[in-house]
Design a protein around this ligand. Structure first.
Ligand code: IMP
Ligand code: MG
Length: 211
């Protein structure tokens, strides 16, 4: 585990590909929000890498703010019920809000956050996610305004995505080697969702700091 690069089976998106796509998303957001100053809201910690690059490529004035959540055990995780452990610092009533996500899988987490934010009566509310697994969606009504890449059902790390809090800092997005996942969860190589859930990732506090 000394060389995080050695644990990667395959690079899915290089640093250059990510940069290019992030710029395209930023251009689209800049066009749509011309003359406005949107508030970009993210959940700690996975989306932080994407958020900071995205905002640096925007041509509109922008503010950022963060929430932190914790998921409950694996059974309840499927219900999308999460507990807010850090709320936004600012009021969003009347603001143009963009929820920035690293990856949307079942959509349950994003759905929960959307309901929470919508209740505060923002002027507008949209989702921007770097990665998407639409075929994994449970919450089928989720409307995604900005999407970077559609990704396969393999466990991904890098550019903010973690496995047990590791690998976030990798500049690319890659598939983690099966033996690394197997070493963490002896039963069987998990699907992306299994490995992302706290139950499969070890003790409750090992991966429960965010969805
Ligand atoms: P969902 O959309 O509620 O199912 O959950 C999405 C969350 O699961 C993301 O914010 C990630 O924290 C986590 N996640 C899903 N797939 C992956 C993956 O491939 N690697 C790392 N984390 C993942
Ligand atoms: Mg995570």
């Amino acid at each position: 585990m000394t060389d995080p690069f050695a644990d990667i089976q395959e690079i899915l998106f290089t640093e250059e590909q990510i940069t290019g796509r992030v710029r395209e998303l930023a251009a689209a957001i800049s066009r749509d929000y011309a003359g406005r100053a949107p508030l970009l809201v993210s959940v700690l910690k996975g989306a932080v890498y994407f958020l900071t690059d995205l905002t640096r490529a925007l041509a509109v004035p922008v503010e950022i703010d963060f929430m932190a959540i914790t998921t409950y055990g694996s059974a309840k995780a499927q219900s999308g019920v999460v507990r807010l452990i850090k709320d936004l610092d600012v009021e969003i009533t009347g603001r143009d809000v963009v929820l920035v996500e690293d990856i949307i899988d079942t959509g349950l987490t994003a759905g929960y956050l959307l309901r929470l934010l919508q209740a505060r009566a923002p002027a507008s509310l949209r989702i921007c996610t770097l990665l998407d697994r639409p075929y994994r969606r449970i919450l089928e009504t989720l409307d995604i305004a900005y999407r970077g890449f559609e990704v396969p059902d393999r466990f991904l790390v890098g550019y903010g995505l973690d496995y047990r809090e590791r690998y976030r800092h990798l500049p690319f997005i890659g598939v983690l080697k099966n033996e690394v996942l197997a070493a963490g969860a002896p039963a069987a190589p998990p699907t992306a969702r299994d490995a992302a859930s706290p139950s499969a990732a070890g003790p409750p506090d090992a991966g429960a700091a965010e969805p």
